[in-house]
Design a protein around this ligand. Structure first.
Ligand code: SAM
Length: 279
């Protein structure tokens, strides 16, 4: 395997990629005899490989990234693989994969993921899997709402718990969020419902029923996000999800799954839940 320069993560990286790989294999097999064109869309594609530092001796280690894992799916393969990547050098690395995977229909898009996905209108016979693996807060709820209306892409989303938590003010007052960070949070959540994290909560103490401002927990950041997803995907949002933690046991991302086509809810959720439970 060749490295093309991405240095993206730790052991949680392997966990998310193993889940994706398991899902992609099961997905094309399950739809093998259906009259659909199967697409894989990787909206934050990277370069094909992931470079990690081994915790024991600090040496570099390499992993097949999401793109290579999707290209390796073979029973049957995807009919089309769309790799969206903003970085030109990584796009060049993705382009070079054509020589290794000559039989695959590979489309490399040097584009901004949200812009590309919001313009996506696949033909009616397309079904597929969309992987949203950003560094941080790049994925907008507007994009996810559009994907939900297409009814054809099973979608894996990494919700950036720690990046969102870092944007919230230490003062615990929503008005202290800078206007640029408020815009960013609105982009992620699709509205300003993240402000409800600071909603005063009634708490009883010995003497009175007082209103106090709560300190938001990380679970609430994701819970409000899931409420927005549930408005877009309805029962297609999988109830369970998985926390991806770094070596210091801090939550970095929450891995969330939504089904594309309502007809596939049962099978898709069963497979996704099985894979998430293995973490
Ligand atoms: C976490 S890495 C993806 C790793 C990849 N899934 C893998 O397994 O190899 C995120 C990638 O998204 C790209 N990126 C960042 N912002 C982007 C955007 N707005 N649109 C498209 N690509 C973006 C980065 O250049 C980077 O390659």
């Amino acid at each position: 395997m060749t490295n093309h320069g991405g240095r993206f993560g730790g052991s949680w990286t392997k966990a998310k990629l193993d889940i994706l790989e398991g899902y992609l294999d099961a997905y094309t097999t399950a739809l093998k005899n259906q009259p659909f064109r199967l697409w894989y869309i990787d909206a934050f594609a990277g370069s094909g490989s992931v470079q990690l530092r081994k915790p024991d001796d600090g040496a570099d280690a390499f992993l097949d990234g999401s793109v290579r894992r999707a290209l390796e799916v073979s029973n049957p393969p995807f009919d089309r693989l769309v790799f969206i990547e903003k970085d030109r050098n990584r796009c060049a690395a993705l382009d070079s994969l054509r020589t290794e995977y000559v039989s695959r229909d590979i489309r490399v898009q040097n584009d901004e993921a949200n812009a590309y996905l919001q313009g996506l209108k696949p033909p009616g016979n397309v079904r597929g899997v969309l992987f949203l693996d950003p560094f941080a807060t790049q994925v907008s709820m507007k994009t996810l709402r559009h994907i939900a209306t297409l009814n054809c892409f099973d979608t894996w989303i990494l919700f950036p718990v720690s990046a969102v938590a870092r944007m919230l003010p230490k003062s615990r007052q929503p008005d202290d969020v800078s206007s640029s960070w408020a815009r960013r949070l609105n982009h992620v959540y699709g509205d300003d419902s993240w402000r409800s994290l600071y909603r005063p909560a009634a708490q009883r103490n010995l003497w009175q029923l007082a209103e106090t401002t709560r300190e938001p927990g990380l679970a609430e950041l994701a819970a409000i996000y899931r409420e927005r997803l549930s408005e877009a995907f309805g029962p297609r949002l999988l109830e369970g999800s998985a926390e991806l933690r770094n070596s210091r046991d801090s939550v970095l991302f929450e891995l969330i799954f939504c089904v594309g086509n309502p007809a596939g809810i049962g099978t898709a959720k069963t497979i996704a839940a099985y894979l998430l439970n293995k973490i």
